[in-house]
Design a protein around this ligand. Structure first.
Ligand code: C2O
Ligand code: CU
Length: 412
């Protein structure tokens, strides 16, 4: 297929118009659906996005050359130019794509879409982005383009799968009201032995992360709503058998915790070939040539001064990530999925918690592990793109692998 990036207008449910950047005239861009093991070929064209555009396949462990990072795996596609991506997805699940150039402005304005590697789901299925669109003062929260309640008919008794994707820069607290539900997958990784959560359980979805949520449509209304900065927002979806029921008021409940959810899958006793310590911090430092307050350093440094983490193909790698700052940092390693071993010293006891975007809240300490099985030069960065543009970026390198591209700025 072809994705063409261009300026365009997007109308939200309230009638508000966004001065957007679109793929094929829409934002979010068109959904790409593919079967596991099938070759996907996408031609990216850029009509008039002056920042340049790339496509990063978030969560899909593509070969490095297809990863869409300007200055590392390709040059950004400038207006009038194109680039062809080819890869074979090898895991089913909910993924997404987005541009990786000047992302803090261009993703917010609409250069993103979903990539579904089909998993044989039956019944009603809907992909929902929780997004913050640029607004005059504050960003405008929406489910896709629904910045105010939108109703949808779903027959009672029908199995429902909501693929929730957070395309904003902040973790989003989501309320699913009116039914118990099951989290069947996290970041495209199925949860083993997932069981219904107590009614009223809330979800905290990391920026860049995905939860697949399943339930059987009840006779009443099921509402999806969101808090923004801990304040209930007007964005909401209401599902009901005849499609006319209004959104039920959200009640805040306990938070879903992947650390203890599902059938225990013991961590294989492993020895690690490498161990990395990563401290996320804030304070004063040099950012882009000037001495200033930065919210986003790694081991006291800012990109490009953060040393590359070096591995050799086949290494078992352990990483400890500490957030000493006062804000959330959703850390995303390209090209690999990581398994959570522990949080704040408490070992993970549920189904293996595989993730590609892990929100590290202030004060938290995570231990994660992964296998170095995808040679290349890979970004490992905060998915709050504003923090990324301030320098919260490092790379994972493999011995003997380089890049022919030169970074002409921040590769995000
Ligand atoms: Cu979804 Cu490097 O990003
Ligand atoms: Cu951050």
């Amino acid at each position: 297929m072809t994705l063409t990036a261009a300026h365009g207008k997007v109308k939200l449910a309230s009638g508000r118009e966004i001065d957007a950047l679109t793929f094929n005239g829409q934002a979010p861009g068109p959904q790409i659906r593919v079967k596991k093991g099938e070759l996907l070929e996408v031609t990216l064209l850029n009509t008039d996005v002056k920042e340049g555009v790339t496509l990063h396949w978030h969560g899909v462990d593509v070969p490095n050359a297809e990863d869409g990072v300007p200055g590392v795996t390709q040059e950004a596609v400038m207006p009038g130019h194109k680039h062809v991506y080819r890869f074979v997805p090898d895991r089913t699940g909910t993924f997404w794509y987005h541009t990786h150039r000047a992302s803090s402005r261009t993703v917010e304005r609409g250069l993103f879409g979903s990539l579904i590697v089909e998993d044989g789901q039956r019944g009603m299925e809907r992909t929902v982005f929780t997004h913050l669109w640029p607004g005059a003062d504050d960003p405008v929260a929406a489910f896709d383009t629904a910045d105010q309640p939108v109703r949808q008919a779903v027959e009672a008794g029908e199995p429902v799968l909501l693929r929730l994707i957070n395309s904003s820069e902040e973790p989003q607290r989501l309320h699913v009201g009116g039914t118990p539900y099951t989290v069947t997958a996290i970041d495209g990784n199925p949860v083993q032995g997932a069981t219904p959560l107590p009614r009223g359980t809330d979800l905290l979805l990391a920026a860049g992360g995905r939860f697949d949520v399943a339930f059987t449509m009840p006779p009443g209304v099921v509402s999806l709503s969101v808090d923004v900065n801990e304040i209930p927002n007007t964005a909401a979806l209401a599902f009901s058998p005849d499609g006319t029921a209004p959104v039920a008021p959200a009640v805040s409940g306990p938070l879903f915790d992947p650390l203890t959810y599902g059938t225990p899958t013991p961590v294989p006793a492993a020895t690690y070939d490498r161990a990395f310590d990563v401290t996320l911090d804030d304070g004063f430092g040099f950012a882009l040539g000037s001495f200033t307050y930065v919210s986003s350093s790694i081991n006291g440094r800012l990109y490009p001064a953060v040393p590359m983490l070096m591995v050799t193909e086949g290494d078992r790698v352990k990483m400890r990530i500490v957030n000493r700052s006062l804000i959330d940092h959703p850390m995303h390693l390209h090209g690999h999925r990581v398994r959570v071993l522990s949080r704040n010293g408490v070992p993970a006891t549920g189904s293996a918690w595989w993730t590609d975007t892990l929100n590290i809240a202030p004060g938290e300490i995570y231990e994660i592990a992964f296998t170095a099985d995808n040679p290349g030069v890979w970004m490992d960065h905060c998915h709050n793109f504003r923090h990324g543009s301030q320098g919260m970026i490092m790379h994972l390198g493999y011995t003997g692998v380089g890049t022919p591209y030169t970074e002409d700025g921040i590769p995000e």
